[in-house]
Design a protein around this ligand. Structure first.
Ligand SMILES: Nc1ncnc2c1ncn2[C@@H]1O[C@H](COP(=O)(O)OP(=O)(O)OP(=O)(O)O)[C@@H](O)[C@H]1O
Ligand SMILES: [Mg+2]
Length: 162
């Protein structure tokens, strides 16, 4: 049978337990999941691409079906190059919808082979985003339940707190 491969793209700046939840649930559906860190031209980042890749790799090290990669350029081109057709995205709230809807339709228009699948956030992660984690960490708040351990340490280092 053909391998079912999906690409889970995002900025992952940094990876959170909300992302990890989508990854693990995605693994129940797909044979292989490619977590793809996008070079975003409009978003200012805290972690470099290499730092983000490292943190994701550490987080998913026990799951050989997960591949961690980065790409420049159009997502549609990247997905096809990976011999995949499915883009996996998470939806947290109505606020995610508008943007995701635009993106999915634009991608499908550019390549009709491509489908975007949305997974609803888990109850416990509906409020969780990389931005909010960075905000809390910057002010010295406790982020233990929001991010993997390696991310917690990396954030502490960025903000010089211990
Ligand atoms: N807590 C979460 N639950 C479900 N999906 C999520 C969660 N956090 C992020 N995602 C999804 O993961 C994908 C990649 O998101 P992204 O890298 O932009 O993370 P983010 O947390 O939204 O970061 P930022 O705050 O920088 O926008 C998107 O489809 C996003 O909706
Ligand atoms: Mg986002």
């Amino acid at each position: 049978m053909k391998k079912r491969i999906a690409v889970y793209p995002g900025s992952f700046d940094p990876i959170t337990n909300g992302h990890l939840d989508i990854i693990l649930r995605g693994l129940d559906i797909f044979d292989e999941l490619i977590v793809a860190v996008a070079h975003n031209v409009t978003k200012k980042s805290l972690f470099s691409i290499d730092e983000r890749l490292k943190l994701i790799r550490e987080t998913v090290k026990d799951y050989p079906q997960v591949r961690v990669d980065t790409f420049k350029g159009l997502l549609v081109d990247y997905v096809i190059r990976q011999n995949a057709r499915i883009v996996l995205r998470g939806l947290r709230a109505v606020s995610d919808f508008e943007n995701e809807f635009q993106l999915a339709q634009m991608n499908h228009t550019m390549n009709t082979q491509l489908e975007t699948l949305f997974m609803m956030t888990s109850v416990s992660y509906g409020y969780l985003s990389s931005s909010i984690v960075k905000e809390v960490a910057a002010w010295g708040g406790n982020i233990d339940e929001f991010v993997p351990n390696c991310v917690k340490n990396a954030l502490k280092e960025k903000f010089h707190r211990d």
